[in-house]
Design a binder for this molecule. Structure first.
Ligand code: NAP
Length: 310
Protein backbone atom coordinates (compact mmCIF):
# COMPACT_ATOMS: atom_id res chain seq x y z
CA UNK A 1 0.00 0.00 0.00
CA UNK A 2 1.26 3.49 -0.83
CA UNK A 3 2.56 5.62 2.00
CA UNK A 4 0.04 8.28 3.02
CA UNK A 5 1.36 11.42 4.67
CA UNK A 6 -1.00 12.82 7.32
CA UNK A 7 -1.18 16.59 7.67
CA UNK A 8 -3.10 19.11 9.67
CA UNK A 9 -3.42 21.54 6.80
CA UNK A 10 -2.95 21.13 3.08
CA UNK A 11 -3.07 24.26 0.95
CA UNK A 12 -3.80 24.03 -2.74
CA UNK A 13 -2.33 26.86 -4.80
CA UNK A 14 0.60 29.24 -4.48
CA UNK A 15 -0.63 32.67 -5.50
CA UNK A 16 -0.94 35.44 -2.90
CA UNK A 17 -3.88 33.66 -1.21
CA UNK A 18 -2.17 30.26 -0.90
CA UNK A 19 1.19 31.64 0.19
CA UNK A 20 -0.30 34.00 2.76
CA UNK A 21 -2.37 31.12 4.13
CA UNK A 22 0.87 29.09 4.26
CA UNK A 23 2.69 31.84 6.14
CA UNK A 24 -0.05 32.15 8.76
CA UNK A 25 -0.60 28.41 9.13
CA UNK A 26 3.15 27.84 9.44
CA UNK A 27 3.48 30.50 12.11
CA UNK A 28 0.60 28.81 13.96
CA UNK A 29 2.81 25.70 14.02
CA UNK A 30 0.52 23.70 11.74
CA UNK A 31 3.33 22.56 9.42
CA UNK A 32 1.24 23.17 6.29
CA UNK A 33 1.90 21.42 3.03
CA UNK A 34 1.45 23.57 -0.05
CA UNK A 35 0.83 21.93 -3.40
CA UNK A 36 1.90 24.80 -5.57
CA UNK A 37 0.23 23.67 -8.76
CA UNK A 38 1.50 23.79 -12.32
CA UNK A 39 1.11 27.56 -12.67
CA UNK A 40 2.98 28.17 -9.41
CA UNK A 41 2.78 31.76 -8.24
CA UNK A 42 -0.53 32.35 -10.01
CA UNK A 43 -1.52 35.28 -12.17
CA UNK A 44 1.14 37.64 -10.78
CA UNK A 45 3.72 35.55 -12.62
CA UNK A 46 2.27 37.01 -15.81
CA UNK A 47 2.63 40.63 -14.79
CA UNK A 48 5.59 42.94 -14.81
CA UNK A 49 5.59 45.89 -12.38
CA UNK A 50 3.23 45.75 -9.41
CA UNK A 51 2.80 49.27 -8.09
CA UNK A 52 -0.22 48.77 -5.85
CA UNK A 53 0.95 46.13 -3.40
CA UNK A 54 1.48 48.05 -0.15
CA UNK A 55 4.99 48.11 1.21
CA UNK A 56 6.77 48.49 -2.14
CA UNK A 57 6.92 52.24 -2.78
CA UNK A 58 9.14 51.72 -5.84
CA UNK A 59 7.05 48.86 -7.25
CA UNK A 60 8.09 45.22 -7.49
CA UNK A 61 7.98 42.72 -10.33
CA UNK A 62 5.10 40.23 -10.02
CA UNK A 63 7.35 37.13 -10.10
CA UNK A 64 9.70 38.68 -7.53
CA UNK A 65 6.80 39.43 -5.20
CA UNK A 66 5.73 35.80 -5.41
CA UNK A 67 9.27 34.57 -4.81
CA UNK A 68 9.44 36.70 -1.67
CA UNK A 69 6.09 35.41 -0.43
CA UNK A 70 7.29 31.86 -0.95
CA UNK A 71 10.54 32.47 0.92
CA UNK A 72 8.63 34.04 3.78
CA UNK A 73 6.32 31.01 4.10
CA UNK A 74 9.25 28.58 3.80
CA UNK A 75 11.13 30.43 6.55
CA UNK A 76 8.47 29.28 9.00
CA UNK A 77 8.63 25.72 7.72
CA UNK A 78 5.75 25.54 5.36
CA UNK A 79 6.57 22.69 3.00
CA UNK A 80 6.10 23.66 -0.63
CA UNK A 81 5.95 21.08 -3.40
CA UNK A 82 5.91 21.94 -7.08
CA UNK A 83 3.10 19.50 -7.69
CA UNK A 84 -0.52 19.77 -8.66
CA UNK A 85 -3.42 18.15 -6.83
CA UNK A 86 -5.00 15.85 -9.37
CA UNK A 87 -7.85 14.49 -7.26
CA UNK A 88 -9.48 15.25 -3.91
CA UNK A 89 -11.99 13.43 -1.74
CA UNK A 90 -13.64 15.76 0.73
CA UNK A 91 -16.41 13.38 1.78
CA UNK A 92 -14.87 12.15 5.04
CA UNK A 93 -13.31 14.23 7.79
CA UNK A 94 -9.84 12.95 6.92
CA UNK A 95 -9.75 14.76 3.60
CA UNK A 96 -7.77 12.96 0.90
CA UNK A 97 -5.62 14.70 -1.67
CA UNK A 98 -3.72 13.07 -4.50
CA UNK A 99 -1.05 14.24 -6.86
CA UNK A 100 -0.72 11.39 -9.31
CA UNK A 101 0.02 8.32 -7.17
CA UNK A 102 1.05 10.30 -4.13
CA UNK A 103 -1.54 10.78 -1.42
CA UNK A 104 -1.95 12.97 1.63
CA UNK A 105 -4.67 13.24 4.21
CA UNK A 106 -5.51 16.52 5.86
CA UNK A 107 -7.68 17.58 8.76
CA UNK A 108 -8.21 20.94 7.10
CA UNK A 109 -7.85 22.05 3.49
CA UNK A 110 -7.41 25.56 2.13
CA UNK A 111 -8.33 25.92 -1.53
CA UNK A 112 -6.51 28.80 -3.20
CA UNK A 113 -6.37 27.53 -6.76
CA UNK A 114 -7.17 30.91 -8.31
CA UNK A 115 -8.63 31.73 -11.67
CA UNK A 116 -7.35 32.21 -15.17
CA UNK A 117 -8.13 35.17 -17.33
CA UNK A 118 -9.63 33.96 -20.57
CA UNK A 119 -7.34 34.80 -23.45
CA UNK A 120 -7.85 35.16 -27.18
CA UNK A 121 -5.41 32.36 -27.92
CA UNK A 122 -3.16 34.22 -30.35
CA UNK A 123 0.59 33.62 -30.52
CA UNK A 124 1.16 37.37 -30.62
CA UNK A 125 -0.93 37.74 -27.46
CA UNK A 126 1.25 35.22 -25.61
CA UNK A 127 4.41 36.87 -26.88
CA UNK A 128 3.37 40.38 -25.82
CA UNK A 129 1.73 39.52 -22.52
CA UNK A 130 3.19 41.95 -19.99
CA UNK A 131 4.57 44.05 -22.87
CA UNK A 132 1.41 45.95 -23.66
CA UNK A 133 -1.03 43.03 -23.47
CA UNK A 134 -2.74 42.98 -20.09
CA UNK A 135 -5.72 41.35 -18.43
CA UNK A 136 -6.03 43.90 -15.61
CA UNK A 137 -6.63 47.62 -16.08
CA UNK A 138 -6.49 48.30 -12.34
CA UNK A 139 -3.02 46.77 -12.27
CA UNK A 140 -1.53 48.16 -15.47
CA UNK A 141 -3.62 51.13 -16.65
CA UNK A 142 -1.28 53.60 -15.03
CA UNK A 143 1.55 52.59 -17.38
CA UNK A 144 -0.40 53.75 -20.43
CA UNK A 145 -0.73 57.44 -19.72
CA UNK A 146 -1.36 59.50 -22.86
CA UNK A 147 -1.74 56.49 -25.17
CA UNK A 148 -4.51 55.04 -27.33
CA UNK A 149 -5.73 51.72 -25.99
CA UNK A 150 -7.88 48.76 -26.99
CA UNK A 151 -10.15 46.73 -24.78
CA UNK A 152 -11.48 43.40 -26.06
CA UNK A 153 -14.87 42.14 -24.86
CA UNK A 154 -18.47 43.24 -24.53
CA UNK A 155 -19.33 42.35 -20.92
CA UNK A 156 -19.27 44.36 -17.71
CA UNK A 157 -15.56 43.67 -17.22
CA UNK A 158 -14.69 45.11 -20.62
CA UNK A 159 -16.68 48.29 -20.04
CA UNK A 160 -15.39 48.66 -16.51
CA UNK A 161 -11.83 48.36 -17.82
CA UNK A 162 -12.56 50.80 -20.65
CA UNK A 163 -14.06 53.38 -18.29
CA UNK A 164 -11.16 53.03 -15.87
CA UNK A 165 -8.62 53.38 -18.68
CA UNK A 166 -10.10 56.72 -19.82
CA UNK A 167 -8.28 58.23 -16.81
CA UNK A 168 -4.97 57.59 -18.53
CA UNK A 169 -5.64 57.03 -22.22
CA UNK A 170 -6.33 59.61 -24.90
CA UNK A 171 -8.77 57.18 -26.52
CA UNK A 172 -10.11 53.71 -25.70
CA UNK A 173 -11.57 51.52 -28.43
CA UNK A 174 -13.71 48.61 -27.27
CA UNK A 175 -13.44 45.74 -29.73
CA UNK A 176 -16.49 43.50 -29.59
CA UNK A 177 -17.31 40.51 -31.76
CA UNK A 178 -21.03 41.36 -32.04
CA UNK A 179 -23.07 44.52 -32.61
CA UNK A 180 -24.62 44.60 -29.14
CA UNK A 181 -23.08 44.44 -25.69
CA UNK A 182 -23.59 41.82 -23.02
CA UNK A 183 -22.83 44.36 -20.27
CA UNK A 184 -25.51 45.78 -17.96
CA UNK A 185 -27.52 48.76 -19.24
CA UNK A 186 -26.01 51.17 -16.75
CA UNK A 187 -22.46 50.31 -17.81
CA UNK A 188 -23.47 50.59 -21.46
CA UNK A 189 -24.94 54.04 -20.89
CA UNK A 190 -21.78 55.20 -19.14
CA UNK A 191 -19.56 53.87 -21.89
CA UNK A 192 -21.70 55.30 -24.71
CA UNK A 193 -21.75 58.70 -23.01
CA UNK A 194 -17.97 58.85 -22.58
CA UNK A 195 -16.25 60.98 -25.19
CA UNK A 196 -12.99 59.01 -25.01
CA UNK A 197 -14.63 55.63 -25.69
CA UNK A 198 -15.26 54.31 -29.20
CA UNK A 199 -16.49 50.92 -30.36
CA UNK A 200 -15.26 48.60 -33.06
CA UNK A 201 -18.41 46.49 -33.58
CA UNK A 202 -18.57 43.04 -35.12
CA UNK A 203 -14.82 42.87 -34.83
CA UNK A 204 -12.28 40.37 -33.64
CA UNK A 205 -8.59 40.81 -32.99
CA UNK A 206 -6.82 38.74 -35.57
CA UNK A 207 -3.28 39.68 -34.63
CA UNK A 208 -1.61 41.88 -32.04
CA UNK A 209 1.02 44.00 -33.72
CA UNK A 210 4.35 45.04 -32.31
CA UNK A 211 7.87 43.82 -31.89
CA UNK A 212 8.70 43.50 -28.20
CA UNK A 213 5.97 46.03 -27.30
CA UNK A 214 2.38 46.38 -28.48
CA UNK A 215 1.98 48.87 -31.32
CA UNK A 216 -1.57 48.04 -32.36
CA UNK A 217 -3.81 45.29 -33.63
CA UNK A 218 -5.23 43.89 -36.82
CA UNK A 219 -9.00 43.77 -36.54
CA UNK A 220 -11.26 41.73 -38.75
CA UNK A 221 -14.88 42.67 -39.26
CA UNK A 222 -16.77 39.38 -38.97
CA UNK A 223 -19.62 40.59 -41.23
CA UNK A 224 -17.67 42.12 -44.09
CA UNK A 225 -14.44 40.08 -43.61
CA UNK A 226 -12.58 43.37 -44.02
CA UNK A 227 -9.32 43.76 -42.07
CA UNK A 228 -7.84 46.97 -40.74
CA UNK A 229 -4.87 47.87 -38.56
CA UNK A 230 -5.44 50.10 -35.59
CA UNK A 231 -2.66 51.74 -33.60
CA UNK A 232 -2.59 51.25 -29.82
CA UNK A 233 0.01 51.30 -27.08
CA UNK A 234 -1.81 48.66 -25.06
CA UNK A 235 -4.49 46.02 -25.39
CA UNK A 236 -6.60 44.86 -22.48
CA UNK A 237 -8.19 41.45 -22.87
CA UNK A 238 -11.40 41.43 -20.82
CA UNK A 239 -13.35 38.43 -22.04
CA UNK A 240 -13.96 36.87 -18.64
CA UNK A 241 -12.21 34.60 -16.15
CA UNK A 242 -12.41 30.90 -15.44
CA UNK A 243 -11.99 29.83 -11.81
CA UNK A 244 -9.86 26.71 -11.29
CA UNK A 245 -12.51 24.59 -9.60
CA UNK A 246 -12.95 21.49 -11.77
CA UNK A 247 -11.22 19.42 -9.06
CA UNK A 248 -14.04 20.19 -6.61
CA UNK A 249 -17.00 19.60 -8.89
CA UNK A 250 -19.78 17.79 -7.02
CA UNK A 251 -17.92 18.20 -3.69
CA UNK A 252 -18.02 21.92 -2.87
CA UNK A 253 -20.86 24.35 -3.50
CA UNK A 254 -20.21 26.67 -6.43
CA UNK A 255 -21.90 29.56 -8.14
CA UNK A 256 -21.03 30.27 -11.77
CA UNK A 257 -18.01 28.02 -11.25
CA UNK A 258 -16.65 30.02 -8.27
CA UNK A 259 -16.49 28.43 -4.81
CA UNK A 260 -19.11 29.73 -2.41
CA UNK A 261 -17.98 30.74 1.08
CA UNK A 262 -20.00 31.72 4.12
CA UNK A 263 -19.04 35.38 4.20
CA UNK A 264 -17.43 37.01 6.08
CA UNK A 265 -15.59 33.73 6.80
CA UNK A 266 -13.76 31.54 4.29
CA UNK A 267 -15.77 28.41 5.16
CA UNK A 268 -16.99 26.43 2.17
CA UNK A 269 -19.97 24.07 2.12
CA UNK A 270 -17.78 21.33 3.67
CA UNK A 271 -16.74 21.81 7.28
CA UNK A 272 -12.94 21.96 7.51
CA UNK A 273 -12.48 23.11 3.92
CA UNK A 274 -11.76 26.80 3.41
CA UNK A 275 -11.30 28.85 0.26
CA UNK A 276 -9.53 32.10 -0.50
CA UNK A 277 -8.57 34.38 -3.35
CA UNK A 278 -9.71 34.44 -6.96
CA UNK A 279 -11.23 30.97 -6.75
CA UNK A 280 -13.93 32.70 -4.65
CA UNK A 281 -13.66 36.35 -5.56
CA UNK A 282 -14.97 37.46 -8.94
CA UNK A 283 -15.26 41.09 -7.90
CA UNK A 284 -11.97 42.48 -6.59
CA UNK A 285 -9.34 40.08 -7.99
CA UNK A 286 -6.39 41.92 -6.48
CA UNK A 287 -3.21 40.44 -5.03
CA UNK A 288 -3.81 42.28 -1.78
CA UNK A 289 -7.41 41.08 -1.41
CA UNK A 290 -6.34 37.51 -2.19
CA UNK A 291 -3.55 37.73 0.40
CA UNK A 292 -6.04 39.09 2.93
CA UNK A 293 -8.39 36.19 2.31
CA UNK A 294 -5.52 33.72 2.55
CA UNK A 295 -4.78 35.07 6.01
CA UNK A 296 -8.46 34.71 6.96
CA UNK A 297 -8.53 31.12 5.68
CA UNK A 298 -5.48 30.15 7.76
CA UNK A 299 -7.04 31.66 10.88
CA UNK A 300 -10.34 29.91 10.12
CA UNK A 301 -8.50 26.61 9.65
CA UNK A 302 -6.53 27.08 12.84
CA UNK A 303 -9.71 27.74 14.84
CA UNK A 304 -11.43 24.79 13.24
CA UNK A 305 -8.56 22.48 14.20
CA UNK A 306 -8.52 23.90 17.70
CA UNK A 307 -12.23 23.19 18.04
CA UNK A 308 -11.40 19.60 17.02
CA UNK A 309 -8.81 19.33 19.78
CA UNK A 310 -5.63 19.94 17.73
P1 NAP B 1 -18.83 37.97 -19.50
O1 NAP B 1 -20.06 38.64 -18.99
O2 NAP B 1 -18.82 36.52 -19.71
O3 NAP B 1 -18.46 38.71 -20.87
C1 NAP B 1 -17.42 38.26 -21.66
C2 NAP B 1 -17.41 39.10 -22.93
O4 NAP B 1 -16.29 38.72 -23.70
C3 NAP B 1 -18.66 38.88 -23.78
O5 NAP B 1 -19.07 40.09 -24.35
C4 NAP B 1 -18.16 37.92 -24.85
O6 NAP B 1 -18.77 38.12 -26.11
C5 NAP B 1 -16.71 38.29 -24.98
N1 NAP B 1 -15.89 37.15 -25.37
C6 NAP B 1 -15.81 35.92 -24.76
N2 NAP B 1 -14.91 35.16 -25.38
C7 NAP B 1 -14.43 35.88 -26.41
C8 NAP B 1 -13.46 35.64 -27.41
N3 NAP B 1 -12.80 34.48 -27.47
N4 NAP B 1 -13.20 36.61 -28.31
C9 NAP B 1 -13.84 37.80 -28.25
N5 NAP B 1 -14.76 38.11 -27.30
C10 NAP B 1 -15.05 37.15 -26.41
O7 NAP B 1 -17.55 38.25 -18.55
P2 NAP B 1 -17.23 39.51 -17.63
O8 NAP B 1 -17.45 40.77 -18.36
O9 NAP B 1 -15.87 39.25 -17.07
O10 NAP B 1 -18.28 39.41 -16.47
C11 NAP B 1 -18.38 38.23 -15.66
C12 NAP B 1 -19.46 38.45 -14.60
O11 NAP B 1 -19.02 39.43 -13.66
C13 NAP B 1 -20.78 38.98 -15.18
O12 NAP B 1 -21.84 38.43 -14.46
C14 NAP B 1 -20.68 40.45 -14.95
O13 NAP B 1 -21.95 41.09 -14.86
C15 NAP B 1 -19.94 40.52 -13.62
N6 NAP B 1 -19.20 41.80 -13.52
C16 NAP B 1 -19.83 42.88 -13.00
C17 NAP B 1 -19.20 44.10 -12.91
C18 NAP B 1 -19.91 45.26 -12.37
O14 NAP B 1 -21.08 45.15 -12.11
N7 NAP B 1 -19.26 46.38 -12.17
C19 NAP B 1 -17.90 44.24 -13.37
C20 NAP B 1 -17.25 43.12 -13.90
C21 NAP B 1 -17.93 41.91 -13.99
P3 NAP B 1 -20.33 37.76 -26.36
O15 NAP B 1 -21.10 38.85 -25.70
O16 NAP B 1 -20.44 37.73 -27.83
O17 NAP B 1 -20.53 36.41 -25.73
Amino acid sequence: MAFVDERDVVILGSGPAGLTAALYAARANLRPLVLKGIDAGGQLMLTTEVENYPGFPNAILGPELMERMEKQAARFEAELLHQEATRVDLTSSAFRIWSGDEEWTARAVIVATGAKARMLGLDSERRLLGHGVSTCATCDGFFFRGQELLVVGGGDSALEEALFLTRFATKVTVVHRRDSLRASKIMQERAFAHDKIEFAWDSVVEEILGDGQVAGARLRNVRTAEARDIAAGGIFVAIGHTPNTSLFEGQLEMSNGYLVVQEPTTRTSVEGVFAAGDVVDFIYRQAITAAGMGCQAAIDAERFLESRGR
